[in-house]
Design a protein around this ligand. Structure first.
Ligand code: ADP
Ligand code: ZN
Ligand code: ZN
Length: 743
């Protein structure tokens, strides 16, 4: 490679300004992406430093106009270099431009005014200041005199804010004394610390249980031997995972290194941060979208300048520019939120493992219900694997019952509440205890199911649920298969087939109809649109201001409510029939979490799971909180159908404002991929789950193969082919590797 692209300044607005340089013979083969290099810059050929972001053999300018690099900046690889390397890797893996990838990993530079501490200091010896004071008094310059007196009082230095408040002096007075050379002001930049003064550091450490110790010792033995790996820490909520994370982090910090802790949602930040703060003091910070731009930028700077040891935050906190990262923790690793849904569609777990491997850090993935991928790798031995099998203390699991809604229907109950759930709810209201009613609508997309036998209509080729479209057809969003909406259930002949319509509002209404005096709070997308409403609803419920909390999956996370003794899952089938291969996995995780909400404290809890599919393995396993049973069944489904982690999958998302043109182009692309390689399994094109968004039509093609490398090669081939295609400027193409949600 004869030429390199470099950027001079690392800030979003400057990323588009890249410059090309020739690599001199002496440096050929030594340059890597992310390296800091030296070159002459601008008209005056000023010696300048910048970062390499790409290579090429075909320069964009006449070769005689291109200058040469002068050298490589020696010394340790800095945080920026690592992040630029990570961006290059993400570009390659997930498909995006280098610019999009760089914008994802580098912070926006904020020239917003810093909070500054200004100190006023005497510029003259004490005796002289006293003389000045006498003169000022004599001239009736009271403000000047007050300030001088205060300065003399305070040994020659006071803060400007104090001067303003206590001595009531204005800025012109200060400037006047400055001009006369009597005082000077000293400015210290202060970084905004979003948690300053919120928490107290403690030195208390619990004695670790045998299983906690085994995990810490095992991981730490590897670490001290110089072996950096990825570990799965599998343990139910409350089994002490966070304590294990903190112990490992403490050891990493003792070696002068830093830690990143990823959590799935902002809503969980506060309680996590509190515990980390209590342990590590104000060398802990957070990065999330609710910070102001200035606050966010300051956290990046604090991290870079060595003022922090631990950064906590959602997905993007992975890009904290720590100079010497030692460990990355990913809590609740199974959560879909770790996958980005914008280009580059990166998976923070994979990106974390890549970043860790390039800077010598370890990765710990923690979960009560690990993703199939992580479990698979732990069982294969690719990841280290530790388990915490029981909760700390005496908290017991609730009694769980599965309620068969088919029987309810057969016995004449057409309500969305089974008799058992109605009775249990009534009982809680009488006893003054609280109930959570949970509607797991995540991934909901208009499935059709039979209320007599519980079967949903599924694609015969892909074994995922079909979705009902307004044209009256049921469609598969993987392969494009479609069928007319039948009049009767294909499995049992029952006429009771229909889409599922109940939402949180209907449930709220039904509770009020059954129990008019019950106080009900509802939490869903509608009621939590403003920033604080999420917290407000939860804390109102926590204070006992309502008897029943109705909500979507949001309510099962975070807060502990000691007075909740009943959790009702209104229709477990909703997430089970999401139109993608992860439906059962998501259902198992959601139900396990929901069940775990009942009876956290002294009072025994009960959980009721209503469903038309009581025999489904994800529901039965969740009721027993039996991860292993679920894993075995789910893996055999993945194996049978060739879904991840058995096979790797690449989604190709096509979108255009021209519907017919999009269909033709998608067909053409699908046909082309089919000519590439007989070992590739090509599925589709099909209409996307979200067929049209903002007047843009969407279609998908999926490709499956056993080896990820093969899929990445195909992606590269497609990227260069699409560039040359006639449709390139009318159809947008994006890639999604092992998709989490249907497009
Ligand atoms: P998880 O992260 O798995 O949900 P936590 O680490 O939050 O579990 O632990 C649950 C609770 O048990 C916390 O209140 C924690 O302080 C406490 N805890 C954890 N480990 C121990 C221990 N070894 N001894 C006593 N209490 C512990
Ligand atoms: Zn049926
Ligand atoms: Zn299909």
């Amino acid at each position: 490679m004869e030429y390199v692209d470099v950027i001079v300044d690392i800030s979003h607005e400057k990323l588009d300004h890249k410059f090309q340089y020739r690599v001199p013979e002496t440096l050929r083969g030594k340059i890597r992406i992310g390296m800091q290099v030296r070159f002459p810059f601008g008209r005056g050929n000023r010696p300048t430093k910048g970062y390499v972001i790409g290579f090429t053999d075909e320069p964009d300018y006449p070769p005689e106009k291109i200058k040469e690099l002068t050298g490589i900046v020696e010394g340790s690889v800095c945080a920026e270099s690592q992040l630029i390397g990570l961006a290059a890797w993400m570009r390659e893996q997930y498909g995006s431009t280098m610019n999009q990838a760089l914008k994802t990993v580098l912070p926006v530079k904020q020239e917003v005014a810093r909070q500054r501490d200004v100190t006023l200091r005497l510029a003259v010896p004490r005796a002289q200041a006293e003389t000045f004071l006498a003169e000022e008094l004599h001239k009736n310059h009271h403000a000047r005199a007050r300030l001088l007196a205060a300065l003399l009082d305070a040994d020659g230095a006071i803060s400007r804010s104090e001067a303003a408040e206590r001595c009531r002096v204005t800025a012109p007075v200060v400037r006047g004394l400055e001009r006369d050379g009597i005082l000077y002001s000293e400015t210290e930049t202060k970084y905004r610390n979003p948690f300053e003064g919120h928490f107290q550091e403690t030195t208390e450490r619990p004695e670790l249980t045998a299983q906690q110790r085994a995990a810490v010792d095992g991981i730490w033995t590897d670490y001290e031997r110089g072996e950096r790996r990825t570990y799965l820490l599998q343990g139910v909520t409350g089994s002490g995972k966070t304590e294990v994370y903190m112990e490992l982090i403490e050891r990493v910090i003792r070696q002068g290194k830093q830690a990143i802790v990823l959590i799935p949602e902002i809503a969980l930040t506060y309680q996590t941060v509190r515990r980390f703060y209590e342990r590590f003091g104000d060398r802990v910070s957070v990065l999330h979208s609710r910070l102001s731009d200035g606050e966010r930028y300051d956290q990046f700077v604090r991290a870079k300048e060595g003022l922090l040891d631990v950064m906590i935050g959602p997905r993007s906190a992975l890009f904290t520019p720590f100079p010497d990262l030692g460990i990355i923790i990913i809590d609740e690793e199974h959560e879909g939120a770790y996958k980005s849904e914008t280009v580059p569609r990166y998976d923070a777990r994979e990106a974390a493992i890549y970043r860790a491997s390039s800077c010598g850090a370890s990765v710990v993935l923690g979960s009560a219900t690990p993703s199939l991928e992580s479990s698979y790798r732990a069982r294969e031995g690719t990841y280290g694997w530790y388990r915490l099998d029981s909760r700390i203390g005496a908290a017991v699991l609730p009694a769980v019952h599965i309620v068969d809604l088919r029987k309810e229907l057969k016995e004449g109950n057409r309500s969305i509440f089974s008799r058992r759930l109605t009775d249990a709810l009534g009982e809680r209201l009488r006893r003054g205890e609280q109930t959570m009613l949970f509607l797991n609508r995540r991934g909901f997309s208009g499935f059709v199911s039979c209320r007599s036998c519980g079967e949903a209509l599924r694609c015969p080729h892909c074994d995922v649920s079909l979705s009902l479209h307004i044209d009256g057809y049921l469609k598969c969003h993987y392969c494009g298969y479609e069928m007319r909406m039948p009049k009767a259930c294909p499995s049992c002949g029952s006429p009771y087939i229909s889409g599922f319509r109940a939402g949180t509002q209907q449930i709220e209404r039904e509770v009020k109809r059954l129990f008019p005096s019950a106080r009900v709070l509802r939490m869903d997308y509608d009621t939590t649109r403003s920033k604080e409403s999420y917290e407000k609803i939860l804390s109102a419920f926590g204070r006992g201001e309502a008897d029943v909390l109705v909500g979507t999956q949001m309510i099962v996370k975070g807060h502990d409510f000691p007075n909740v003794t009943l959790v009702g899952v209104v229709a477990a089938d909703i997430s089970l029939h999401a139109p993608d291969y992860r439906a059962a996995e998501r259902t198992f995780a959601l139900l396990t979490q929901a069940v775990g909400r009942a009876g956290r404290a002294q009072k025994p809890g009960e959980a009721l799971i209503q469903t038309y599919r009581p025999e489904h393995y994800s529901i039965r396993a969740a009721a027993k909180q039996d991860y292993d049973a679920f894993y075995v069944q789910e893996l055999s489904y993945r194996r049978l159908m060739g879904y991840p982690p058995i096979q790797e999958m690449l989604g190709i998302y096509l979108s255009s404002t021209e519907q017919e043109f999009l269909r033709q182009s998608s067909e053409k692309l699908g046909a082309y991929i089919r000519t590439l390689d007989a070992s590739l399994q090509v599925i589709g094109p099909a209409i996307a789950a979200l067929a049209k968004k903002n007047d843009i039509y969407r279609m998908v093609i999926y490709i499956k193969h056993e080896r990820k490398e093969r899929l990445l090669e195909v992606k590269r081939q497609l990227e260069s082919r699409i560039e040359k295609e006639a449709f390139a400027d009318r159809v947008r193409v994006q890639f999604d590797y092992n998709p989490q949600q249907s497009y």
